[in-house]
Design a protein around this ligand. Structure first.
Ligand code: SAM
Ligand code: DTB
Ligand code: SF4
Length: 359
């Protein structure tokens, strides 16, 4: 497999768009059926109140955003949501929790139950719970987890401008822990946070250098949420999304490239261009985690107009077997880093939120 340099990736990104899309579509057809698009549905099983300071995130407790916070969902609530997702053609349920990291407590045991429940419905189960240790990843695998989502979000350099409460190396460590448990890796990023094209390409270089490469790479367009430090970011143009998708496809030929947050701002034609450029997965369902997504009816219409078929579950990897977990918590608790640097904008927005709460 080729080792891409940032310079080579940048060159690809800046290729005239007709040539870039043609090249990406050619690679895409070598490894995938271009008429198949995998549908994944997100479910926020624990919403808001997160201690981190990710500048893009409406779930960070320190900012003042208009979201409904919720404790962990029950097995019944998750089962109902999973069946509804399956009914619209979704082959994967991705359960998200607004946690910094997983703790070995009753909440984690409950999440393991949720994983088993969704696995029984023959759906690919994905979780995104923040940082995990190797043992925790293994417990998730034994409960029947199929994939773990943990995004790099941007380049190592720009990460420092967005998050001060953890480091890039923490993200890489979790991805490594997930790999050691033989789970499939879902890791991607966000465009439109004020990063440079070089930052985007640097992130792709890091993802493409992982061995094996991630099985799925979500490409999110920032959803600028009021109350977060990135509330004033202007939406990225569709051409930046097309370039990002095409470049991702070329450097990670086998991966599932997921057109993720931000589809509400894209036309059907824009999304079709992304599929042509190698995107072969979407998040469908009326909601992402806390923000709106396109209406299910409109997505079904798009599939019909474009002649796309949803990919069935386990088309790429076998269904994981549910096992009794033989893991004992002997592992030394990893100390996740707290870089401790200050991001002035994040601090200002946290102060602003405090003022609003006082009123
Ligand atoms: N707390 C866990 C973590 O940080 O990994 C899991 C949930 S977190 C919400 C998952 C991902 O959602 C983030 O890494 C980020 O890429 C994406 N995300 C969050 N807010 C977003 C926004 N406003 N626009 C686009 N993507 C966003
Ligand atoms: C990913 O890359 N995007 C999804 C999923 N993985 C967890 C999350 C998007 C969240 C968008 C903002 C929100 O709805 O809160
Ligand atoms: Fe918390 Fe994840 Fe949101 Fe960051 S992205 S504030 S870690 S929920």
């Amino acid at each position: 497999m080729k080792d891409w340099t940032t310079e080579e990736i940048l060159k690809l990104y800046h290729t005239p768009i007709m040539d870039l899309v043609y090249q990406a579509a050619t690679v895409h057809r070598e490894y995938h059926n271009p008429n198949e698009v995998q549908i994944s549905t997100l479910l926020s099983i624990k919403t808001g109140g997160c201690p981190e300071d990710c500048a893009y995130c409406p779930q960070a407790a320190r900012y003042h955003t208009d979201i409904e916070t919720n404790d962990l969902m029950t097995v019944q609530q998750v089962e109902t949501a999973a069946m509804r997702a399956k009914a619209i053609g979704s082959s994967r349920l991705c359960m998200g929790a607004a946690w910094r990291n997983v703790k070995d407590d009753a909440d984690f045991d409950h999440v393991l139950e949720l994983v088993k429940t969704v696995n029984k419905l023959d759906m690919e189960v994905c979780c995104t719970l923040g940082m995990v240790t190797e043992n925790q990843a293994q417990k998730l695998a034994d409960a029947g987890l199929y994939a773990y989502n943990h995004n790099l979000d941007t380049s190592e350099e720009y990460y420092k401008e967005i998050i001060s409460t953890r480091g890039y190396e923490d993200r890489l460590k979790t991805i490594d822990n997930v790999r050691k448990a033989n789970l499939t890796v879902c890791s991607g990023g966000i465009v439109g946070m004020g990063e440079s094209v070089e930052d985007r390409c640097n992130m792709l270089k890091v993802l493409a250098s992982l061995r094996p490469q991630p099985e799925s790479v979500p490409i999110n367009a920032l959803v600028a949420v009021e109350g977060t430090p990135l509330e004033e970011q202007q939406p990225v143009s569709i051409w930046e999304m097309v370039r990002m998708v095409a470049t991702t496809r070329i450097v990670m030929p086998k991966t599932s490239v997921r057109l993720s947050a931000g589809r509400r701002n894209m036309s059907q034609e824009g999304q079709a261009m992304c599929f042509l450029a190698g995107a072969n997965s979407i998040f469908a369902g009326d909601k992402l985690l806390t923000t709106p997504n396109p209406e299910v009816f409109d997505d079904l219409d798009m599939f019909e107009q474009l002649g796309l078929k949803p990919l069935p579950a386990y088309a790429k990897h076998q269904k994981p077997e549910v096992k009794d977990s033989a893991i004992f918590d002997k592992e030394k608790q990893i100390k996740w880093s707290r870089p401790g640097h200050k991001i002035n904008k994040n601090v200002a927005y946290a102060e602003k939120a405090k003022e609003i709460r006082k009123k």
